[in-house]
Design a protein around this ligand. Structure first.
Ligand code: SIN
Length: 541
């Protein structure tokens, strides 16, 4: 079956939904969500959205903080455009009805939080449930919008492409699998927007939801789009360490409100750093990693018990209640924490309008590399980036949609050439287990501390696993889980290849073999181009 739209949006977090709401003013929009509409990384974001709204703050300060965090690799024009648009984005969300936390004395002013690397208080938040609060409002608006059709539990498999009037291949939608019915359809569109989020599930420990398998990145790569800076994986310093709950974030805002990292003897870990516990994340994660290696402990602790219990319960209701549910009262006891993979700073290479290197294909949010984050993302800049890039991409895509009469996809069309979908045989369990294997060696060899030797070992192991997965796809029927496993393997490969090319240490990429920053040879993006893209024609011809 073929379904036709002006805009096809793949992903339903803050980037996808805010794009869709804007695009719906000028055309028909289809949204694909591979799980429930609100089962996204956005929904888990606790901290907030960085924007200059404080009396003593300036756009210039936010720009400087972003550039300093990015280790020399930010694109200054992107930083400026994103930071400048911040206050307008917050006002738009307020206009849609998002209830941000307000100042007690000035209820018309947002309460501003502080996070690592920020010189000023500028984190707009809704207690410690910012993402969930924004996601709920955007999802309600999208569901009520007549020009938007939502397809939840639809997994995008690969991108469709067809030739335009000038004989240039352009992306014209995607094949999508209904996870519930098993039906595969061609979602055909004038422009396609990847807003699929990140790929934290490539690592053993992550703060990301189960769906973060890098599908958009893998599909874009298979379709021939360039990728950039994938070696820069951000490890959040404070993921809860608890046997019953693996991916629960303890927001950096806890340190912003005075929380201190201590080791198991109670010694402050960041005492020697000028910015203390609010140093940039790469610095804090590395300090925790070296403290855990020194002491042999499984975790360190984040202590906020010196603050009044009422303050903690009111400012961090989600963290407080979740920990209490696990038997830990954070007003009385330090929180056991470990670093975990949190954010993919690189992604599909895009321009300032969100356009990838493939005609007709946009990427916004975590899946894209805009140049905002450089070698290390500044806290709470990602929800901001998603809003701004969705806004810019919607303006550009509208121009494209009104200027073209593609796609011309007609029935019958070629079936998805990526594999035979159906009932995966019992042996598929071995392939899904290889996901765990990938996650484990990515954690051990391509984690916070790397070396040439570790990267080589990871590359060798991945080559074996990848060829097993590819063989399986050629010989057996596959299901949605296997499609995700294959995407994870593609992402792991791109991260390893990017990290291997960067023979220095910078931002989030720390190598024992190359411990120094080398501005002479490496002050530039790591761009990978796919010389053998799989071009899946959308037309039957
Ligand atoms: C946090 O609340 O610590 C996460 C914020 C972010 O990742 O930007």
């Amino acid at each position: 079956m073929i379904r036709k739209f002006d805009y096809l949006v793949i992903g339903s977090g803050i980037a996808g939904l805010s794009f869709a709401l804007k695009a719906a003013k000028t055309g028909q929009v289809g949204i694909l969500a591979k799980r429930a509409l609100t089962d996204t990384n956005t929904n888990l974001a606790q901290g907030g959205i960085a924007a200059v709204m404080g009396q003593d703050d300036l756009l210039e300060y936010h720009i400087q903080d972003t550039l300093a965090s990015g280790g020399g690799l930010c694109r200054p024009e992107t930083v400026q455009a994103v930071v400048e648009a911040g206050p307008r984005m917050i006002q738009e969300l307020q206009g849609l009805g998002v209830p941000f936390s307000a100042q007690v004395d000035h209820p018309d002013q947002p309460e501003l939080g502080r996070e690592g690397g920020h010189s000023h208080r500028r984190i707009i938040h809704a207690k410690d449930m910012t993402g969930q609060t924004v996601q709920k409002v955007l999802a309600e608006k999208a569901l009520a919008e007549p020009n938007i059709q939502v397809f939840d539990h639809y997994l995008a498999l690969d991108l469709l492409q067809e030739k335009d009037a000038d004989n240039i291949l352009r992306v014209t939608g995607a094949w999508a699998l209904s996870v519930n019915s098993g039906e595969v359809c061609a979602m055909s569109a004038k422009v396609t927007i990847l807003a699929t989020g990140g790929s934290g599930k490539v690592y053993l420990y992550t703060t990301n939801p189960d769906g973060a398998s890098g599908d958009g990145l893998a599909m874009g790569w298979r379709a021939g789009a360039d990728v950039a800076n994938l070696e820069f994986v951000q490890f959040h310093p404070t993921c809860l360490f608890h046997p019953q709950l693996h991916n629960f974030l303890i927001s950096e805002a806890v340190r912003g409100e005075g929380g201190r990292l201590i080791n198991n003897e109670g010694v402050p870990i960041m005492r020697d750093h000028p910015q203390g516990d609010l140093a940039c994340r790469d610095v804090v994660a590395l300090a925790i990693d070296s403290e855990m290696k020194r002491s042999g402990a499984d975790n360190v602790f984040l202590d906020i018990t010196h603050k009044p219990a009422d303050f903690i319960r009111d400012r961090f209701p989600k963290i407080y209640s979740t920990c209490l549910g696990l038997g830990l009262d954070i007003t009385k006891h330090p929180i056991p924490v470990v670093p975990a993979a949190h954010y993919q700073c690189g992604g599909l290479l895009v321009n300032l309008d969100g356009q990838t290197t493939r005609p007709g294909l946009y990427a916004i949010g975590e899946v894209a590399a805009t140049g905002l984050h450089g070698a290390n993302r500044l806290a709470s800049n990602s929800l901001l980036e998603a809003l701004v890039m969705a806004d810019r991409a919607a303006t550009k895509a509208k121009e494209e949609v009104s200027a073209i009469d593609y796609p011309k996809l007609t029935e019958p069309y070629s079936p998805w050439p990526g594999g035979r979908l159906g009932q995966a045989p019992a042996e598929a369990v071995l392939i899904t287990q290889s996901w765990d294997e990938i996650r484990r060696f990515m954690w051990n060899y391509v984690g916070i501390v790397r070396s040439d030797q570790r990267l080589l070992m990871a590359a060798k192991r991945l080559a074996l696993v990848k060829s097993e997965i590819d063989d399986f796809f050629q010989n057996f029927e596959v299901d949605a889980d296997l499609v995700e496993v294959r995407n994870i393997a593609v992402v792991a490969d791109l991260i390893i290849r990017s990290a291997t090319l960067r023979k220095e240490s910078r931002g989030l990429h720390y190598s024992l073999t190359w411990p120094k920053q080398d501005d002479v040879h490496f002050k530039s993006d790591t761009v990978l181009s796919n010389s053998e893209p799989l071009l899946f024609p959308g037309l039957n011809a």
